[in-house]
Design a protein around this ligand. Structure first.
Ligand SMILES: C[S@@+](CC[C@H](N)C(=O)[O-])C[C@H]1O[C@@H](n2cnc3c(N)ncnc32)[C@H](O)[C@@H]1O
Length: 293
């Protein structure tokens, strides 16, 4: 006889888990990409427990505010704006209106950067994060690369209100300014420059998910017709900041894998320009090494 291992064991179902199932359906109908996860995260948030502890919420403690937050998510308000927190590698960051919500694909960009810095065998590596937003990249590097000296710059004052909260107590040197002119005091001394800059082509505005288009700041998303305006400028900044042999890592859109490595050419003083996929095997970030003299 065939056994059905996937079947739920008989027994009563908690009120909360029934409501989560209903909320999942509503979020799916609204086009939310991960309805089950979001329905559970919001249930955990409202009831002050972890996602894995939802079964422990007693029926009598079900909080009707759950339906208020589900209604907000149905309108495609980002999950992280509703909960006020975003997870990035080993960090929990504070986020909300005015700051870009860090994305999972950036985690693999940081992973590559960590490996690159470790391979350098420098005692106190100097790292610069251009366009830091919430501070996600800079803070992850400070946490995961022992004895690193991490510097970060952000242009938007609105974003910086969040960044300042996140970097408090860390050793990240946070500055306000334009990435293109930042850190003159570090010229030629940096081991690794990393950036997740705005890169969406203006021509793709209508295809951007509502969570990003309506809630992430415009300054965080777009950069000229083909999306590469800022990356072209960052190429010069990275070259100015890096020591010979230092490495640059730049995230880009999955449609730009054929273009970004070509910005880091030998004629402009670069070697080993390459492109790399993210965990979904989509082209995601370019790297290059500042050529030795
Ligand atoms: C795509 S978001 C990335 C934020 C963060 N690095 C992350 O991965 O979550 C790009 C960030 O660049 C900032 N930005 C845009 N132009 C800038 C510039 N010229 N100088 C510094 N920051 C800039 C935006 O305000 C935004 O915070």
């Amino acid at each position: 006889m065939q056994q059905d291992f996937g079947r739920r064991p008989p027994g009563p179902r908690s009120v909360l888990l029934a409501e989560v199932a209903q909320a999942t359906q509503r979020l799916a109908d609204a086009g939310v990409p991960s309805p089950r996860t979001d329905a559970e995260e919001l249930a955990a948030f409202v009831h002050g427990v972890k996602r894995g502890e939802l079964h422990s919420v007693k029926d009598a403690d079900f909080d009707a505010r759950y339906w208020e937050v589900i209604a907000r998510r149905e309108q495609r308000e980002p999950l992280q704006h509703i909960t006020g927190r975003a997870y990035f590698r080993y960090l929990e960051l504070q986020v909300g209106p005015g700051v870009f919500v860090p994305r999972p694909e950036t985690e693999s960009v940081v992973g590559w950067a960590i490996d690159a810095v470790r391979a350098m065998d420098v005692v106190e590596p100097c790292i610069v994060d251009l366009c830091t937003g919430s501070g996600a990249i800079a803070l992850a590097l400070a946490q995961e690369v022992p004895r690193s000296r991490v510097h970060a710059v952000e242009l938007s004052e609105e974003a910086l209100t969040w960044t300042r909260k996140n970097v408090e107590g860390s050793r990240v040197d946070l500055r306000q300014g334009d990435a293109l002119t930042a850190f003159r005091d570090l010229d030629g001394q940096v081991d690794l420059v990393i950036s997740n800059p705005p890169y969406i082509p203006l021509t793709e505005w209508e295809y951007v998910a509502p969570e990003a288009r309506d809630y992430d700041p415009e300054l965080a998303l777009f950069s000229g017709e083909d999306g590469l305006d800022l990356i072209r400028g960052l190429e010069r900044t990275a070259h100015r900041l890096l020591r010979p042999g230092g490495v640059v890592v730049v995230e880009h859109a999955d449609t730009q894998g054929g273009q970004v490595p070509w910005i880091f050419t030998e004629e402009r003083g670069w070697a080993d320009a390459a492109d790399h996929p993210d965990l979904n095997n989509r082209p995601r970030f370019a790297t290059a090494r500042k050529a030795l003299p």
